[in-house]
Design a protein around this ligand. Structure first.
Ligand code: NAD
Ligand code: ZN
Ligand code: ZN
Length: 378
């Protein structure tokens, strides 16, 4: 590997095309341009969104160009910075962010949202501010998934899509704060604003759903009902705070009717962490009329969900969350502190650790329901 202010040659898992397993390749990572930072990725989680983008583009996900390097749940160390970068120096521990926080736009100034749009159109299409990516392979441009690409030993990100974290944080743990755990946890505490002594139901007990369970527990919920078609997830859900778990396949009526009956009228908060429009409708219908809130964390970009108007007329609220409502640059370091101070769990989410060349195994483990999170070391 050649380091310095020039091109770095390193390994990355490249997605050459939709539906094809990732391929470990020698790639070239260009130096950072103005307001960009080159990061040595040390560890990355493998999120459902990575899998979905590779295997289900066009189904629920909008098209983004291939070839690309996936991965958006990483942590690493700054290697070099481009002109104009003031907040980062080589050696800093950092978490790249698929949701930026520029601090200057209308949305960053508003307390109502975390949806900064800095570089948005570019990063959604896999390129940086100048319309190109910094990763190439065999003289071909390789797009950067959500502007991040943590399945590469080195990547370059905008300085508004990166946050500095404390130097004693273990990167192989806190990488999970780059997406799944922050999203589910924030869905409960920020977007839902789950209240003490409330009744909650969490649909889908992957990393996002388990983090939502944890958020409901931290908020002081009285009952937290975990819902999953895979009962192997139930033990972990109980460790993180679920008071009971339900498998929809054990019942011969719709899950929303089961939950309404269990709670004598519906839950105060239902969190959808699967990404299925049918489950989104079921989650909404599981809430109490008059005040129930349904929060959607599961991802689909092109599908529509069915909402019976009456369910909303009666007083329910339907909300969605992107990255758990966290203002990314300012809040992720605080979540790292919470982990370091034992106020937030991460270790329970990590069921497997693998090297980069086993990354397709990590996808298999996720899809077969055997893992919660595999952390890849680069
Ligand atoms: P995961 O695959 O680990 O977990 C999904 C869980 O849902 C699994 O346990 C699965 O068994 C369960 N499930 C599947 N069908 C079900 C059904 N019919 N009823 C109940 N449970 C069912 O995925 P994850 O990484 O936890 O991600 C969950 C969702 O969150 C995905 O859609 C992902 O794309 C999305 N996501 C959204 C954001 C955001 O910012 N909103 C961020 C990260 C991930
Ligand atoms: Zn993710
Ligand atoms: Zn902004």
């Amino acid at each position: 590997m050649i380091n310095g202010p020039h091109v770095i040659k390193c390994k990355a898992a490249v997605a050459w095309g939709r539906g094809e397993p990732l391929s470990i390749e020698d790639v070239e990572v260009a130096p950072p341009k103005a307001h960009e930072v080159r990061v040595k990725i040390v560890a990355t989680g493998v999120c459902h969104t990575d899998w979905e983008y590779l295997y289900e583009t066009g189904k629920g996900m909008k098209f983004r160009p291939f070839p690309l390097v996936l991965g958006h749940e990483g942590a690493g160390i700054v290697e070099s910075v481009g002109p104009g970068v003031t907040k980062f120096s080589p050696g800093d521990k950092v978490i790249p962010l698929f949701l930026p926080q520029c601090g200057e736009c209308d949305r960053c100034r508003s307390p109502k949202t975390n949806h900064c749009r800095k570089n948005w159109d570019n990063t959604q299409m896999g390129v940086l501010a100048d319309g190109t990516s910094r990763i190439s392979c065999k003289n071909q441009q390789i797009y950067q998934f959500l502007g991040v690409s943590s399945f590469s030993q080195y990547t370059v990100v905008p300085d508004t899509s990166l946050t500095k974290i404390r130097s004693d944080a273990p990167l192989e743990k806190v990488c999970l704060l780059g997406c799944g755990v922050s999203t589910g946890y924030g869905a409960a505490v920020n977007t839902g604003k789950v209240e003490k002594d409330s009744l909650c139901a969490v649909f889908g007990l992957g990393a996002v759903g388990l983090a939502a369970v944890m958020g409901c527990r931290v908020a002081g919920a009285k009952r937290i009902i975990g819902v999953d078609i895979n009962p192997d997830k139930f033990d972990k859900a109980k460790v993180l705070g679920a008071t009971e778990c339900v498998n929809p396949r054990d019942h011969n009526k719709p899950i929303q009717e089961v939950i309404v009956a269990m709670t004598h009228g519906g839950v105060d908060y239902a969190l959808e962490c699967v990404g299925s429009p049918d489950i989104m409708s079921a989650a909404l219908e599981s809430t109490a009329d008059a005040w129930g809130t349904c929060i959607i964390a599961g991802w689909t970009e092109t599908a529509a969900m069915k909402v019976m108007v009456e369910k909303i007329l009666m007083g329910r609220t339907l909300k969605g969350t992107y990255f758990g409502g966290w203002k990314s640059v300012q809040d992720v370091p605080k979540l790292v502190d919470d982990y370091m101070n034992n106020r937030l769990e991460l270790d329970e989410f990590i069921t497997h650790s693998l090297p980069l060349d086993q990354i397709n195994v990590a996808f298999d483990l996720l899809k077969s329901g055997k893992s919660i999170r595999t952390v890849i070391s680069l």
